[in-house]
Design a protein around this ligand. Structure first.
Ligand code: AP5
Length: 226
């Protein structure tokens, strides 16, 4: 199944992704994670995108579309099943994705839209810490690690993301409202949206996402085998 996770920064896209991956039998692909990997490895692409990411701005569409295309098109030319997290984020990115999928005779099955207020997002991101080793995401309020500063999964060091300062989060939110929110109409007009309230605890949001996906699969049995 080919799915998109849409929602503002800090809505919980990464938090629900593993569940969506299992239910949709697809691979979780986060453009933010892919870019951060390039930053860590100090690749030419990483050097090109660093200033945008640190300022909380979007990376130019052309670079982002190329990154996604290289990731989802397999060696045999087919497109793997995916849940895209953080892509598309602009209308030109969505159009490029449609064009790419159309060329391969496939399409998006659904867009899961996580909804949460800006103030809740600022709160969440000011208490998010991420493992510098395996990337596991924690929250000092809603999902604290067992030992302060240490990852439960791999024992790695926990740190804050460079773009999680309040000023940068507000900049990312402004960018979301201006550049990404138009995608709600873009996909809504094609009846692809599955809106989910993500303001409750993580387990509640996960249960709602699971229910929305199960209902989708029940109404479109072909998707379960696609
Ligand atoms: P990216 O990494 O995609 O950042 P983002 O979209 O801003 O999303 P986040 O990872 O911050 O949040 P999330 O929704 O995954 O929330 P999480 O699950 O961690 O992108 C970073 C940058 O890369 C961009 O700014 C841009 O520069 C560049 N980029 C990436 N894609 C691009 C594109 N397509 N085009 C151009 N540039 C691009 O949860 C957040 C916190 O809240 C965690 O601490 C979590 O534990 C907690 N939490 C989660 N759910 C709940 C809940 N229900 N209740 C309480 N706490 C919760």
């Amino acid at each position: 199944m080919k799915l998109i996770l849409l929602g503002p920064p800090g809505a919980g896209k990464g938090t629900v992704a593993a569940n969506v991956e299992a239910l949709g039998r697809c691979h979780h692909i986060s453009t933010g994670d892919l870019f951060r990997q390039h930053l860590r490895n100090d690749t030419p692409l990483g050097r090109e995108v660093r200033s945008y990411m640190e300022a909380g701005e979007l990376v130019p569409d052309e670079l982002t579309v190329r990154l996604v295309e290289a990731r989802i098109v397999q060696e045999d030319g087919s497109i793997e099943d995916f849940v895209l997290d953080g892509f598309p984020r602009t209308i030109p990115q969505a159009e490029a994705l449609d064009e790419l999928l159309g060329r391969h005779g496939t399409e998006i099955a659904a867009v899961i839209l996580l909804q949460v207020s800006d103030e809740e997002i600022v709160n969440r991101l000011s208490s998010r810490v991420v493992c510098t080793g395996c990337g596991e995401v924690y929250n000092l309020n809603s999902k604290p690690p067992q030992v302060a500063g240490v990852c439960d999964s791999c024992g790695g060091r926990l740190d804050r993301r460079a773009d999680d300062s309040e000023a940068t989060v507000r900049q990312r939110l402004e960018g979301y409202h201006r550049q990404t929110e138009p995608l709600i109409d873009y996909y809504g007009s094609r009846d692809l949206l599955l809106p989910v309230d993500s303001s409750g605890a993580p387990a509640k949001t996960q249960a709602k996402v699971a229910q929305a996906l199960m209902e989708l699969i029940a109404s479109r049995p072909d998707l379960a085998h696609s």
